[in-house]
Design a protein around this ligand. Sequence first.
Ligand code: KG4
Ligand code: ZN
Length: 357
Amino acid sequence: MLVLGIETTCDETAAAVVERQADGSGRILSNVVRSQTEEHARFGGVVPEIAARAHVDLLDGIVASAMKEAGVGYPQLSAVAAAAGPGLIGGVIVGLTTAKAIAMVHDTPLIAVNHLEAHALTPRLTCALAFPYCLFLASGGHTQIVAVVGVGEYVRLGTTVDDAMGEAFDKVAKMLSLPYPGGPQVERAAADGDPKRFAFPRPMLGRPDANFSLSGLKTAVRNEANRLTPLEPQDISDLCASFQAAVLESTADRLSIGLKLFQERFGTPRALVAAGGVAANHAIRDALQDVAARAQTTLIIPPPALCTDNGAMIAWAGAERMAIGLIDTMEAPPRARWLLDANAKAPKGYANSRAGY
Ligand code: KG4
Ligand code: ZN
């Protein structure tokens, strides 16, 4: 089975061709990603309209490159898959419409993939991981703990009630005048800092649910930064180190609860899988390693290029859905919001928050 995958939900324009064998294993034939970081850097974050326009400009060329690199012609495709959400709606429309056009012209099945599902299924492409497993997804837009029970079977065990983790890193970087995207900059600055200089709050620590909260911590960093202004380089390093230490402790605590909830409902997970840009952070990786060991499971982090947004994960999720007969029609809508777990409810007391999206 050969599937073309298209990803345009945020600031990466990406397309890939993936092959799925009858035994369920996968192979990436091409994986072309064009990040728009430069276009957004001077605004300190992703600007939706700029992203949508860039997807319009870039996508045709990226799809052509992915097909050429794979050495595959359109008639050979078994399906074309696109991320139909959740994400910035302008970009989602560009990717989904392009996929529909290809599907119509070449009379190929269309698969509308949930972007989060694609992150969730990636370890089955990279290392043929069996169900069930526990996913920790932390990116600029999402922070979730998900039980991955089967294709199309996801149970959300925890979510952020306010900011996403990558977003918190980006906002802390911005308030300290570090360049965008802020996560790697904060990690770098933290390496020279004192994690104990500031006693920032450890959000949600000890709570029996597995939810995250990051906006209070971010505000605590802002207050401290304002108090110290003008900031010396050592202040910036210490603020970053103390912020990161608080994120680490909170993450370890939230994940150990998440794994406990997993165990109660689904037994021992085959692995703890981390994905999303934040999984690139070495200190967070170390913390996850400890959490996994304590829960007597192994930590799997797909290679960086497959952890962050890419077309191969969309193609693979499309192939996994196609293999069990899940095909979409031309009516498949682009969706800014799309819960991976349709039964997930907003955490108690946070009904009006962005939780879960
Ligand atoms: O998954 P991703 O590439 O894109 C989406 O958001 O979908 O994640 C990007 C996010 C950004 O917020 C970025 O600051 C964060 O991941 N990030 C990091 C690190 N590298 C990237 N956060 C903390 N430490 C890092 N080393
Ligand atoms: Zn993503």
